[in-house]
Ligand binder design. Structure first.
Ligand code: ATP
Ligand code: MG
Ligand code: MG
Length: 329
């Protein structure tokens, strides 16, 4: 394990740290900030970049208070990693600023996540739409795996869509520096059994992302991951103890057609408890569920359909989903 140097939060003495940040005032460059999401770190905003006249997303990450040192090192890790990589299916880094104990990570703007889309529809989206989202998300994930990293937080909330219908893997704050990894990182309901068990023994590798990917497929098909009605501790117990979850076969009362054999088999092969038995990232990309996916134009149609539903929402619901419409307003 490499020894982590103790970093003084906000200090730019180390040139490799300083090179990550601009110390100019971001308030002068970005205007019209509107909150579009939040997480443990703070919030994400839609904004206008006055320099380029483009819309961007800004993730503001604060590092004052109790766990300042830990948060600062997480910020350096996330920014450092995102800045280094460039891939058509990974959210694009644009700039990074430091202002008053807050890091402003500026990224390309996406209209929302795959989780937002299923939330709007309050029911399953079409299998072909799921396949097209999965195909692009997997292409981004396989890039991360090729450079020997583990994403560690694969879920529909971290799969974003641009207004042009391109799928982008996001939230690289949990990416591992080394593989195999040992620490307990991720979001409980999507965690692979071996990641949960790595709390006290063993290691895990890229294949734990494939488990989370299988759970994400269930989430896209059924709106929530398995055990979502349980508290997180019970869910972790059930993931580790139970047989792997499966896609629910739609009942005959459901008007939509049942899931295809290839979708069921794809999910089944991602959700093997023994990582050795799981599809590898390459094998996922070669599975018929993915290779038969329709061209990305189907995602544009999904976005159009989703916006139509949002327009019809009542006031309260509309406010929640309004971010999907910012580019159309
Ligand atoms: P988590 O709680 O999942 O760990 P996080 O705190 O690390 O999340 P992100 O997942 O990076 O934060 O961002 C939180 C939310 O903000 C996302 O789920 C998404 O809805 C929104 N978001 C993040 N980045 C963008 C972007 N580039 N464009 C549009 N929305 C974004
Ligand atoms: Mg996230
Ligand atoms: Mg995160």
């Amino acid at each position: 394990m490499p020894i982590q140097p103790i970093l003084k939060p906000g200090s730019l003495k180390d040139p490799s740290v300083a090179s990550l940040f601009s110390t100019k005032d971001p308030e002068l460059r970005f205007s019209d900030l509107r909150e579009i999401g939040h997480g443990s770190f703070g919030a994400v905003y839609f904004a206008l970049d006055k320099e380029t006249n483009e819309n961007v997303a800004i993730k503001k990450m604060g590092f004052s208070g109790k766990q300042a040192a830990e948060r600062w090192s997480d910020i350096i890790k996330e920014v450092g990693f995102l800045k280094k990589i460039r891939h058509g299916n990974i959210v694009e880094y644009k700039a990074c600023y430091l202002k008053e104990q807050t890091c402003w990570l500026v990224m390309e703007y996406c209209i929302g996540s795959a989780a937002d889309i299923v939330e709007v529809h309050k029911g399953p989206i079409f299998e072909q739409e799921i396949a097209a989202i999965c195909q692009q998300a997997l292409t981004g994930l396989s890039f991360i795996h090729e450079i020997k990293r583990i994403h560690r937080d694969v879920k529909a909330g971290n799969i974003l869509l641009t207004d042009h219908g391109v799928v982008k893997l996001a939230d690289l704050g949990s990416v591992s520096c080394s593989s195999p990894a040992q620490s307990f990182v991720g979001t409980p309901y999507w965690m692979a059994p071996e990641v949960i068990l790595a709390m006290d023994e063993g290691h895990y590798d890229q294949r734990s992302d494939i488990w989370s990917f299988g759970i994400t497929c269930i989430e896209l098909a059924e709106r929530k991951p398995p055990f979502f009605n349980m508290n997180t501790m019970s869910a972790l117990y059930h993931i580790a103890q139970n047989e792997p979850p499966k896609l629910q076969i739609k009942s005959s009362t459901n008007e939509a057609a049942p899931w295809s054999e290839k979708f069921i088999s794809f999910v089944d092969q991602c959700l093997r408890k023994d990582p050795e038995q799981r599809l590898s990232t390459k094998a996922c990309l070669n599975h018929p569920f993915i290779t038969d996916a329709l061209p990305p134009s189907i995602i544009l149609e999904l976005i159009r359909r989703t916006k139509r539903v949002v327009r019809e929402l009542d006031n309260f619901q509309y406010r929640k989903m309004r971010k999907l419409m910012y580019l159309d307003e």
